[in-house]
Write a protein of this length. Sequence first.
Length: 202
Amino acid sequence: MPAFLAAILTDLGRTVIAGFVLAVILFLLYWITQGYSGADFGPFFFRWLHVLSGVMWIGLLWYFNFVQIPSMPKIPDEHKPAIGKVIAPAALFWFRWAAMATIVTGLILAMMNGYLLEALLLGISDSAPKHMAIGIGMWLGIIMWFNVWFIIWPNQKRALGIVEADADTKAKSARTAMLLSRTNTLLSIPMLFAMVAAQNIF
């Protein structure tokens, strides 16, 4: 591997910056070949940010539920503190802020495209199936975001010892966080179906 590429890939910050540089190059190609239209590019840009944030959010949600939680009983007790004190807090940081970014960019995108109210009303105001589908996806996403910020994260703080709690409270908090994380995993499947359906079959 060339030294310059190894220098980029061995540092996460440089890797992410390089990814954005390539995205800027793609934007310049679009500009040169298609011309720039703010009316088209603005909604596209926020859709891209929305998808980028969503990939981070749902990716971490599925990491917790498909990898970390099922693997914990198999990890020797002496190694578990590394998960609870190092890996889980870092993953939860990106998890909750990715959830926030996904919701904010999604609401901005709906507003820019002129269907925010119609979607939040599930298409009742205009009888549009597309707005009903995207609205269902939005509401499922909002419920999942609420779970992350107001149930999962407060309980994880107690379970991981970030805030003081006795052993019984920690155990109850860990279970509550796990059950709500599983709830979000359940909801993520119809949420993604509704979002994709709104863009492709309505």
